[in-house]
Design a protein around this ligand. Structure first.
Ligand SMILES: Nc1ncnc2c1ncn2[C@@H]1O[C@H](COP(=O)(O)OP(=O)(O)OP(=O)(O)O)[C@@H](O)[C@H]1O
Length: 372
């Protein structure tokens, strides 16, 4: 039966080096939970602690109510899928999937029923008698997934399972993994450094940096209300500006370097009447306007739906994504494209702006900490 996972104040050391200082996390039963972060931030280390392949130097991990720190990996009832498919080359697809059931001494009839069901769920029925060498990378990864879930594990752990696949197959397979996970309803912890993959596949994401969780939230929350500048720039692109926040009787305003001022309504209470801040705006949240931030186009990249303009603004580079003409004619906005050297004026969508402390370590937006 699928269980929740919680880590309370866990510590991981390799010799004298602490790679996870003090980390706590709650993963709900049945949830698709992703650990996302740059290379070396400790994602695999944390996953291996949950799996039981790494010792724990402090704190505790629970499956449901049970503390599992001292339970060896093979007794934790986990299913695992890795980057390398780790399927047996000399066994057929069916025999590979049967393997774990044989070890658990299921009788023939039970084994057949379970394997039939899983082959169907992961859509590899038609290849069941093939050897792995005659399967594509995506099909092999489906076998690995089938083998992991056929034993009805309490949790499913996946470490960069799509890294060896080409871009198109990755997209197809992430949909397949997501569908299978929902159908089986098993608590899943998924490791990736690919932010797009994390956004597409997860119920919630934990963004990690240097062994520390920077933010936990739904993909939507993490993208629209990043907790700090690290998250704002690691997940998608954010334009960063230095600005000043002022509070007067008329309200709270944020002012850009060139004096352009926007009234803000969704900030946390702050007492000082003048604060230096960092402002973050997504490329797609600029509209072309008469007044606002005027900047010169330095570079232009056609991306299909969007044209990205790199602009020079008060010694800060900014990227604006504008719907391209070919696309926008259908949806009815953006009248023209602009050329390198031209000046354009942009206004940010005030509801989509994020404001951080001057150093960028903390968001000043009111709704950032509300967990979804
Ligand atoms: N067995 C080990 N002994 C010593 N240090 C280790 C060991 N395994 C990992 N580390 C270190 O711990 C840190 C976290 O590594 P980890 O593999 O968990 O990162 P990651 O986020 O999974 O990175 P990647 O995406 O590159 O796999 C890194 O600095 C790494 O060098």
């Amino acid at each position: 039966m699928s269980v929740s996972i919680s880590a309370e104040d866990i510590v991981k050391k390799y010799g004298d080096i602490t790679v996870i200082p003090h980390l706590s996390i709650q993963i709900k039963n049945g949830e698709f939970f992703t650990l996302l972060g740059p290379s070396g931030c400790g994602k695999t280390t944390l996953l291996r602690m949950i799996a039981g392949f790494n010792s724990i130097e402090g704190g505790c991990i629970r499956f449901g109510e049970q503390i599992i720190n001292e339970i060896p990996a093979h007794k934790r009832n986990i299913g695992m899928v890795f980057q390398s498919y780790a399927i047996f080359p000399h066994l057929t697809v069916r025999q590979n999937v049967e393997y774990g059931l044989k070890l658990r001494k299921f009788n023939k009839q039970e084994m057949k029923e379970k394997v039939d069901q899983i082959l169907k769920i992961v859509k590899i029925e038609e290849y069941q008698d093939r050897l792995p060498e005659r399967l594509s990378g995506g099909q092999q990864q489906r076998v690995a997934l089938a083998r992991a879930i056929v034993i009805h594990p309490s949790v499913l752990l996946m470490d960069e399972p799509l890294s060896n696949l080409d871009a198109k197959l990755r997209v197809e397979m992430r949909g397949a993994i997501r569908d299978v996970q929902k159908e089986v309803g098993i608590t899943t912890v998924y490791v990736t450094h690919d932010q797009e993959e994390a956004l597409a596949i997860s119920d919630r994401i934990a963004v990690m940096k240097e062994g520390v969780i920077e933010q936990v939230g739904t993909p939507h929350k993490i993208y629209t209300r990043p907790a700090n500048v690290f998250v704002a720039t690691f997940i998608g692109h954010s334009n960063l500006f230095k600005g000043v926040l002022t509070t007067t009787d008329e309200g709270t305003f944020v002012t850009f370097k060139n004096g352009y001022k926007i009234q803000m309504s969704n900030l946390i209470e702050h007492t000082r009447d003048k604060v230096n801040v960092t402002i973050a705006v997504r490329p797609e949240e600029f509209a072309i306007a008469k007044q606002g931030i005027t900047a010169t186009i330095k570079n232009k990249t056609f991306l299909g739906k969007y044209v990205n303009y790199e602009l020079d603004f008060a010694e800060e580079m900014l990227v604006s994504g504008q719907p391209s003409i070919e696309y926008s004619q259908d949806i009815g906005h953006a009248e023209k494209t602009y050329e390198v050297g031209e000046k354009i004026t942009l206004i940010p969508n005030k509801d989509k702006i994020n404001i951080f402390t001057d150093e960028g370590t903390e968001s000043l937006m009111k709704d950032v900490r509300t967990y979804e």
